[in-house]
Design a protein around this ligand. Structure first.
Ligand SMILES: [Zn+2]
Ligand SMILES: [Zn+2]
Length: 382
């Protein structure tokens, strides 16, 4: 008997109570243990300065453009992954399945609107304005009617369309700048983008899109006070695209620091730029927001022991705790103490410092506050 068969018979004998629950059809048994357990993951991140940290993904696709899934699947994924809010942002101009799926720019959103409410997920209406590179693609979210954004490959229309979205009150962000690096101007602050920006028709940039960190975009966001966005731009199944069985792997998303868990509060936070992009182990954002997030999650406890070694080498021990599902990696930049600290999600580490030290400073190397700069934090020891 193979191992598999032993397991199968083992299950048959052990599961009599399970089968007993499902005797509605005579002559039938059910092997329900094979079903995928259905539950919602909780992503734990403490409040930041009184703001709730909402997990949002405002760039996803379905079969209503070039995605490979029905809208319902996107909702199921968002629910089980613990997202608070997301948007279906199907391309306005690109419909490879148009012979099979009727082109309707509002339909994907409509299909899941009610179910999103039932599942307590905030569904934001959006679309991807998809023009040639440069400048490429722009997402407009918090829109009313996606069909209003005319289809054209004419450069003059490009600008008009994005402007129109902004005029109608949309939040507009530039998608994956630099995704076609061989095309001249695709990763530059070209006049087209400057024009939108000058007309307040550009509000954010994707600093992380899926697996790509657009480092220049982070500097643009910091220097021009645009909102930092992180999105999955998912086309296939999340589980097919992300190796979610591995620790720290989750879809790329935007952490939005909002006054409450409502669409209005999300919009206010996006307009105010209170966001941090989160992908893999990494956080990218403006320094004040990354710092506030770090301070809310990480706590240095008071000293609990000093080892007397004499000759001025006494060493004091501290516990440092990460109260979140985020990951932080720290490298000592100043002071005499533990050189490197890895703060795994919801865990603590022991660190030590020379007893006469008043502070230790670290670069949090799993964060970016500029393309070439990590968050630097100082722990006061007294
Ligand atoms: Zn795109
Ligand atoms: Zn896209």
């Amino acid at each position: 008997m193979t191992k598999k068969n032993i397991l199968f018979f083992g299950l048959l004998f052990c599961s009599t109570t399970l089968f007993a629950q499902r005797t509605d059809v005579e002559g039938m048994a059910y092997f329900d243990e094979q079903r995928h357990p259905n539950f919602r993951e909780n992503i734990v991140i403490p409040d930041v300065n009184g703001y709730r940290v909402l997990k949002c993904d405002f760039h996803t696709h379905t079969v209503f453009s070039d995605g490979l899934v029905w809208p319902t699947i996107r909702l199921q994924e968002a629910w089980s992954e613990g997202l608070d809010a997301f948007a279906l942002t199907d391309h306005i101009e690109y419909h490879p399945f148009k012979n099979d799926v009727k082109v309707d720019h509002n339909r994907s959103h409509e299909i899941i609107e009610k179910d999103a409410q039932k599942n307590n997920i905030i569904l934001v209406k959006g679309t991807e304005v998809t023009r040639s590179t440069p400048p490429g693609h722009f997402n407009a979210i918090f829109i009313n009617d996606a069909s209003e954004f005319i289809e054209s490959q004419d450069a003059a229309y490009d600008k008009a369309t994005v402007m129109k979205a902004a005029e109608q009150g949309a939040f507009v962000f530039w998608n994956h700048p630099g995704w076609q690096p061989k095309i001249k101007g695709s990763y530059e602050w070209i006049d087209f983008v400057e024009d939108l920006y000058a007309n307040q028709a550009l509000h954010g940039i994707e600093v992380i899109n899926g697996f790509g960190f657009h480092k220049k975009a982070l500097d643009w966001c910091v220097d021009k006070n645009l909102t930092v966005m992180g999105t999955s731009d998912i086309h296939n199944l999340i589980q097919r695209s992300y190796d979610t069985d591995r620790d720290y792997v989750h879809r790329t998303m935007t952490l939005v620091m909002a006054k409450e868990r409502t669409p209005e509060a999300i919009r206010e936070a996006l307009d105010a730029g209170r966001t941090v992009a989160w992908a893999s182990k990494y956080l990218a954002g403006k320094e004040e927001h990354v710092r506030a997030l770090f301070d809310a999650c990480v706590e240095l406890k008071p000293p609990h022991y000093t080892e007397v070694r004499g000759n001025g080498n006494n060493t004091t021990f501290y516990e440092i705790t990460n109260n979140s599902d985020l990951y932080f990696e720290l490298i000592l930049t100043e002071g005499n103490g533990t050189r490197g600290i890895v703060l795994y999600p919801q865990s603590s580490q022991l660190i030590s410092a020379a007893a006469d030290q008043s502070s230790l400073s670290y670069d949090v190397v799993s964060t970016y506050v500029r393309s070439d700069q990590h968050l630097n934090v100082t722990f006061n020891l007294n």
